[in-house]
Design a protein around this ligand. Structure first.
Ligand SMILES: Nc1nc2c(ncn2[C@@H]2O[C@H](COP(=O)(O)OP(=O)(O)OP(=O)(O)O)[C@@H](O)[C@H]2O)c(=O)[nH]1
Ligand SMILES: [Mg+2]
Length: 454
């Protein structure tokens, strides 16, 4: 999401970079560009107008004697405004004093409600240590409850439903949660079109029967700002508390994300970024503003790493690394751990300081496939000591992995380089110092690259 917007902003800021002071014409031009960028990102017209006029007001009042350069000041003002239209502070989710905390999901057909219900249950269980119960109150579509049950079993959360009517199911679900001592109740409802009075009435009655603490509207980001219009209709009937934005992975523009809060007055609370159950994050306006402006999102990256990486395994790898014994087996292990964190293309956007060219490189997750296949086609002995790989072994590995001997050679060469680097690092004193040195040398390399390009 936000790729093209990021590029446009980047262009505006680089034009301002290096200026000693900003003339009125500079500001006007920058604002015109920002306005166009937002419109092209499919942001609601009212939001765009508001955004531009607030940025203008801020820039007029800017004190040029401050320590920031003019372009940095513009970035700062735009960042603040972006954060504000994305919702300001992260919504803090609280729990009912008398459990369960009831969460009702509503939304248009196919917006991703059922998927979000499963992901939300998993989030509450894994991140918050809660014991959710899912309720299948979509009796409209024949396979809806079954779909929820599949998701429930994948995330290890029970599902309640019965073939009666949706309001009864929701009510009984609530009783069931109390009986079983489940502390979060997530109610999945039938997909509806906003104009469908009957279905709107149904979700309203489910809401009355369960008195939800949170009512979240599930919105498909790919629909863009049109989604916002439906949000208003739902808000009218349901008193929404927030929005779950789905299919963010398929939306390059970000119009819905940037319009929802301003138009509906309710923030995005979660975003769903893919088909996998782990592709689900709490929505942090400030981090999102960072990402849009290419400042990276280290916090989310660290959280993802903490969620998915196996600490003990990482420590073992680190220990071997320390002794200069990093093998192809460790390499494979690391690749698998990184893969668990989600699509690579998503991760790259979170790394700060990467030049735009790198951030926008098409990253093919499939690229890891052949590497993995090659390592898997090796014997344990070969993995531990690749120097024994001669011509005939190379041919066997290439055949076994469906690759060519050149590809096998390339991998072995790259691995050898990497191993050399690691040995060097291992010879430096102090693990922490080593990590720090590695981080700074990485940053330097990026900077150099950046300089060369300019
Ligand atoms: N790429 C991607 N696909 C998603 C995401 N969330 C949901 N989907 C897909 O979107 C389709 C619809 O999702 P559902 O969860 O069934 O949507 P729903 O709102 O429950 O649909 P109805 O119950 O029919 O109204 C499914 O194929 C999901 O796999 C997401 O964040 N990214
Ligand atoms: Mg559904």
């Amino acid at each position: 999401m936000f790729e093209s917007l990021s590029d446009r902003f980047d262009a505006v800021f680089s034009r301002l970079r290096g200026r000693g002071r900003l003339s009125e014409a500079d500001v006007d031009e920058a604002l015109r560009e920002i306005r166009l960028a937002l419109l092209q990102a499919d942001v609601h017209l009212r939001v765009v107008r508001d955004f531009v006029s607030r940025v203008r007001a801020e820039l007029v009042g800017i004190d040029l004697s401050q320590s920031l350069t003019p372009s940095q000041q513009v970035v700062k003002v735009v960042h603040e405004e972006l954060k504000r239209i994305l919702g300001g502070e992260t919504l803090k989710l609280t729990y009912a004093s008398r459990p369960p905390t009831v969460i009702l999901l509503a939304g248009l057909q196919g917006s991703g409600k059922t998927t979000a219900a499963g992901k939300l249950a998993s989030w509450y269980k894994k991140n918050q240590g809660r014991n959710p119960l899912l309720v299948g109150a979509d009796l409209q579509r024949p396979a809806a409850v079954e779909q929820l049950q599949v998701l429930g079993s994948q995330v290890g959360v029970p599902v309640f439903s019965e073939p009666s009517d949706p309001v009864t199911v929701a009510k009984k679900g609530l009783e069931e949660a109390i009986r079983l001592g489940r502390d979060v109740l997530i109610v999945d409802t039938a997909g509806r079109l906003a104009i469908d009075d009957e279905l709107m009435d149904e979700v309203r009655r489910i809401s009355e029967a369960t008195s939800p603490h949170y009512t979240f509207l599930v919105i498909d980001a790919m629909i863009g700002q049109d989604a916002v219009a439906t949000a208003e209709a739902f808000h009218h009937t349901l008193e929404l508390d927030g929005v779950i934005l789905t299919k963010v992975d398929g939306d390059a523009r970000g119009g819905a994300a940037l319009s929802v809060k301003e138009v509906v007055g309710r923030p995005i609370v979660f975003s769903s970024t893919g088909e996998k159950l782990g592709d689900f994050e709490q929505f942090h306006p400030d981090r999102m503003a960072d990402r849009i402006l290419g400042m990276g999102d280290v916090l989310t990256l660290i959280e993802k790493a903490e969620e998915t990486l196996d600490r003990q395994q990482a420590e073992e790898t680190m220990a071997r690394l320390q002794q200069g014994q990093f093998t192809l087996e460790d390499f494979l292990e690391q690749m698998q751990q990184v893969k668990k964190m989600g699509p690579l293309s998503g991760l790259v956007g979170m790394i700060p300081g990467l030049p735009k060219e790198v951030r926008n490189t098409e990253i093919d997750d499939g690229m890891m496939g052949p590497i993995e296949a090659i390592i898997r086609s090796m014997t344990p002995g070969e993995r531990r000591n690749p120097s024994i790989i001669n011509g005939s072994r190379r041919l066997r590995i290439a055949r076994g992995s469906g690759t060519t001997t050149t590809e096998v050679n390339n991998l072995l060469d790259r691995f050898k380089q990497m191993q050399g680097m690691m040995r060097q690092m291992a010879s430096m004193p102090g693990l922490a110092g080593r990590a720090a040195r590695r981080a700074t040398s990485g940053a330097k390399r990026v900077n150099n690259k950046k300089k060369k390009r300019r």
